[in-house]
Design a protein. Sequence first.
Length: 327
Amino acid sequence: MWTGRKYAPHAGSTPIGVLCGMGAGALWGLVFLAPELARAFSPLQLAVGRYLAYGLLSALLLAPRVRQLGAMLSRRDWLMLGWLALAGNTIYYILLATAVQTGGIAMTSLVIGFLPVAVTIIGSRDRDAVPLARLAPSLLLCAAGAVCIGWQALAAPASGSVRNQLTGLACAIGALASWTAFAVSNSRCLRRLDRVSIHDWNLLIGIVTGAQALLLIPASLAFDSWVRTAPDWLTFAGVSIGVAIFASLAGNTLWNRMTRLLPLTLVGQMILFETLFALLYAFLWEERLPTANEAAAFLLVVLSVASCLSAHQRVGHQRAVRGPDAQ
């Protein structure tokens, strides 16, 4: 059981945290569109482009404080940064891009939509966490919403072979596992390293991710063709820089801010906003309205988050009445 620093948010932190979670989800949803916008490039190439841009921008922004921050971090902290960069960025994005290009946005959203369930279940083991039994209604609503999101995609998959659908499903499940590990580890690191600001922590992860992207270049040169037309390169550059700025820099900063304001059990629920915005962008991209199943998913997801918020408020009120020494 996790027994790290006790969660003690200041008054009014929950609404701010939820707004930050919504903002992060809106920006992260753009990541699902990137593989479609730059379909001429492989998932490995997309990861190299995005994270080289992310690493370079992070290094430029952190340059004035890099020595000061370096002195504050231990060897353990640097190893954790490497793990977070690998699980939450490099591996996750390669698997996600592959899933989108082979299985489609809807199917990928379905699998990623189970992130809140995985993170919330793990977070329920934390000290002072809301008991899992109280979160059961929220988790059931979340699972029902996720099933509705991808029901059509699985029942009548997009054009393509069954092999592509299975490959996309496997990659989406791998992305789910990778980002679950990142979300839990990152949340606990931010609570332990309160001497490092959320913005600087994001930039440090960006620098390490950029270094990992450099190591991916030889593999990309060996397995992928980099011969493209000038318009393709312009699209690639625009998508890489855009995703680096909006999703990696701005989105991650909002997410880290939220992580310090909310307990892990509630952090898990906030990932639902990424799925919702990813679907919204998919509808705009495909120029269509949501189906009945997709509309039901929106309602179920909103109810899931509202239920989770209500459970946290009830438990918080009960603990306040009992007093700080109550167990």
